[in-house]
Design a protein around this ligand. Structure first.
Ligand code: NAD
Length: 273
């Protein structure tokens, strides 16, 4: 299910069709915020191929969410599609409730919903815009993790999506980058708090990836979209399908000795962190 997002970007690819599942997540229940699109959709498809039942939270694009539902079901597992604004505490509580009602358990939470908006200067950022970044990118992770926790047992996994920008900085994305740094602190602290319960908490830090989130730069500076690949040592933008396996690794027992860590998937942009 490739997706043409924009003329300025390559076609987005969500799964490597040669990828063979081996039941690494067989019978597990996985909830993915922002699972309808981009990196979250790739995580959903790989986890489904590994045998998990998948619940996705989408915000506004119902058609896209239903396309993702069909693709998950095409992998032979069950799909649950939930509309919610992760910036709202009650909506996150309700979403987790729906997952438990449908699947009976929750084993993996992937906190992935996010949005970004570029600003040339700090003085261009309104209070509302600053708060909106934190509500979606950070508060949503807290709300979902708090709602999920009573249902998570030994062996469960929480995976948060941060960004290369938290480590490298991005002068155009100050509020976004601040939220992504907060996610790293949240991930590390929560990992230590939950270690005795046998629940692991890690994060994935993608570099530039072909997803609709990049369209935030449209009209601000189109060249940033066109030249995004030039920022990586590999001299190319990443595909969602190159991110999905990182989530599978952190979700399943292959990473049983890994917690509080950041998995950098970025074409070589970070080689020291
Ligand atoms: P995307 O635009 O494809 O996905 C963003 C997702 O967030 C969508 O599924 C959308 O439904 C969801 N979302 C947005 N606001 C929401 C809200 N209020 N409530 C619920 N859901 C909401 O972009 P993506 O690149 O796949 O983004 C996924 C994650 O990856 C984000 O956290 C993003 O910050 C991070 N990330 C992306 C890149 C990249 O280059 N694409 C790089 C680093 C990190």
């Amino acid at each position: 299910m490739d997706e043409k997002i924009d003329d300025m970007m390559p076609v987005a690819e969500f799964i490597d069709e040669n990828y063979k599942g081996s039941g690494k997540l067989h019978g597990k229940s996985v909830l993915i915020s922002g699972g309808d699109s981009g990196i979250g959709r790739a995580a959903a498809l790989y986890a489904a191929r590994e045998g998990a039942n998948i619940a996705i939270i989408y915000h506004t694009d119902e058609d896209r969410a239903n396309d993702t539902r069909k693709a998950i079901e095409g992998e032979g597992t069950e799909a649950l599609v939930i509309q919610a604004d992760v910036g709202r505490s009650a909506a996150c509580d309700a979403a987790v409730g729906e997952v438990i009602e449908k699947f009976g358990t929750l084993d993996v939470l992937i906190n992935n919903a996010g949005f970004q908006k570029p600003y040339a200067s700090l003085t261009d950022i309104s209070d509302e815009d600053w708060i909106a970044h934190f509500e979606v990118n950070m508060h949503g992770m807290f709300y979902l993790a708090r709602a999920a926790l009573p249902h998570l047992g030994k062996g469960a996994s929480i995976i948060n999506t941060t960004s290369v920008n938290a480590f490298a900085g991005n002068k155009h994305l100050v509020p976004y980058t601040a939220t992504k740094g907060a996610i790293t602190g949240f991930t590390r602290a929560l990992a230590l708090q939950l270690v005795e319960q046998g629940i692991r908490v890690n994060e994935v830090a993608p570099g530039p990836v072909v997803t609709p989130i990049q369209l935030a730069f449209k009209g601000y500076d189109d060249d940033i979209i066109k030249n995004m690949g030039d920022t990586t040592p590999m001299q190319r933008i990443g595909q969602p399908r190159e991110l999905g396996p990182a989530y599978v690794y952190l979700a399943c027992n292959d990473s049983s000795f890994v917690t509080g860590q950041t998995l950098h998937v970025n074409g070589g942009m970070i080689v020291n962190g």
